[in-house]
Design a protein around this ligand. Structure first.
Ligand code: TYM
Length: 320
C-alpha cells in the first residue's frame, strides 16, 4: 500500500505528534511503500523567520530518523523540494468550494483563538490534498485533528475525477485507538499553537518541570478518582505496559495518592521510553551530511512519482 503523511516544522515535535502519527509511520514502513515529509510550505503560514524555519526543518528530520524512520524502507523528504505539489495545489484550488474550507475545524479553531488568519491558512487543506494526491496515496496515518482534512481531500479528488475522468486515488485516514488525541499540559489537545506541548527531545530537566506543571483538579488526596478521562492518566497510559496501567488505574480508584506521584511516574516512563531515540539523535547531530543526503535522495524519489501524477492531472483538465 502507498502510505503518506507529513508533519509541520513549526516547533519541536511533541508527544502528540509521536503517539498520534509518527509511531504509525514507523510501524507502517515495514510492510508498505511509505512517503513521509516535512511540510515547510504549510509552516510558512505561521513561521515568518527564515533561520527558524530552516532550523525546525532540520530538527524534524533528525527527530524522525532518531525515532526510527528508516530511509532504506521509506522515502523521507521536504515538501517544498517537490514543486510538482505546488502546481497540483493550483489545479485543486481552482475547484475548491469556499464553503468546504470554511467548515474546517483547524482553521475555525485558530481563528476563534485570535490567531491571525491568512489565505494560506484558509486554503491549507487544499495544499494538504495536493500532498496526498501527488503520490497516489492510499493510507494517511494521522492524529484525529487531521481526519477532517483527509475528508476534504477525498471530496476534492472525487469532484476532480467526476469533472475530468478518473485521475486521483481516493485516500483513507488511519488513526490509532490510543494516541489519536493526546492531551497537553492543560488537558486540551496537545498542540504547538496552544503552548501546552511536551517535547520529544530537549533538556530532560526542563521537560520534567513541564510535566510537574500539568494541571490537575483539586479534589482531596484521600478521594477515589476515576482514571478514565483524566488527562494525566491518559498521558501515563501512552508509555506504560498493560500491567503498570492496570496498577495505576487501581491506585486512582483506591484514592489516597497525590498527583505528584503520577507526574513522577509519567516523567520516568517517558524518559525510559525515549532513551534510545535520544541517543540516536545525538549521533545523527554529528552526522548531518547523512541527514541532508537522505533528504536529497528522498526528494528525488518523491519528484519522480509526483511528476507522473501531475502530468496525468494536467492532461485530464486541459492544461497540457
Ligand atoms: P501537524 O504538524 O500539526 O501534526 C503532525 C501529526 O501529528 C498529529 N498530532 C496529534 N496526534 C494526536 N494527538 C495530538 N495532540 C496531536 N497533535 C498533532 C497530527 O494529527 C498529524 O498527523 N497538516 C498536517 C501536516 C500535513 C499533512 C499533509 C499530514 C501537511 N500535509 C498530508 C498528512 C497528509 C499538520 O499540520 O500536522
Amino acid at each position: 500500500m502507498r502510505v503518506l503523511s507529513g508533519i509541520q516544522p513549526t516547533g519541536r515535535p511533541h508527544w502528540g505528534n509521536f503517539f498520534g502519527a509518527i509511531r504509525q509511520y514507523i510501524d507502517l514502513q515495514e510492510e508498505n511503500d511509505g512517503y513521509y515529509f516535512i511540510a515547510d510550505l504549510h509552516a510558512l503560514t505561521t513561521v515568518r523567520d527564515p533561520e527558524l524555519l530552516r532550523g525546525y526543518v532540520l530538527d524534524a528530520a533528525l527527530d524522525l530518523l532518531a525515532l526510527g524512520l528508516d530511509p532504506a524502507k521509506a522515502t523521507m523528504f521536504v515538501q517544498s523540494e517537490v514543486p510538482e505539489v505546488s502546481e497540483l495545489n493550483w489545479l485543486l484550488l481552482s475547484g475548491a468550494p469556499m464553503g468546504l474550507l470554511e467548515r474546517c475545524h483547524a482553521y475555525k479553531e485558530k481563528k476563534d483563538k485570535g490567531i491571525a488568519a491568512n489565505a494560506g491558512l484558509f486554503t491549507y487543506p487544499v495544499l494538504m490534498s495536493a500532498d496526498i494526491l501527488a503520490y497516489d496515496s492510499e493510507i494517511v496515518p494521522v492524529g484525529e485533528d487531521q481526519v477532517q482534512h483527509i475528508e476534504v481531500c477525498r471530496d476534492l479528488a472525487g469532484s476532480f475525477n467526476h469533472s475530468f475522468g478518473e485521475t486521483f486515488v481516493l485516500p483513507k485516514a488511519k488513526t490509532l485507538d490510543v494516541g489519536a488525541k493526546v492531551p497537553g499540559t492543560d488537558g486540551q489537545k496537545m498542540s504547538k499553537s496552544y503552548d501546552n506541548t511536551l517535547p520529544l527531545f530537549g533538556e530532560v530537566k526542563k521537560i520534567r518541570k513541564q510535566i510537574m506543571r500539568i494541571t490537575t483538579d483539586s479534589r482531596p488526596m484521600e478521594d477515589a478518582k476515576e482514571p478514565e478521562g483524566d488527562h494525566l492518566y491518559d498521558l501515563y497510559r501512552l508509555f506504560a505496559d498493560d500491567e503498570s496501567i492496570a496498577e495505576m488505574a487501581a491506585m486512582y480508584r483506591r484514592g489516597g495518592f497525590g498527583y505528584g506521584e503520577v507526574k513522577k511516574a509519567v516523567a520516568e516512563a517517558s524518559e525510559t521510553f525515549f532513551a534510545d531515540a535520544r541517543q540516536k539523535r545525538t549521533e545523527l547531530e554529528n552526522n548531518l551530511d547523512y541527514v541532508h543526503q537522505t533528504l536529497r535522495d528522498g526528494a528525488e524519489q518523491a519528484r519522480s512519482v509526483a511528476g507522473e501524477v501531475l502530468s496525468r492531472a494536467q492532461k485530464a483538465c486541459g492544461i497540457r
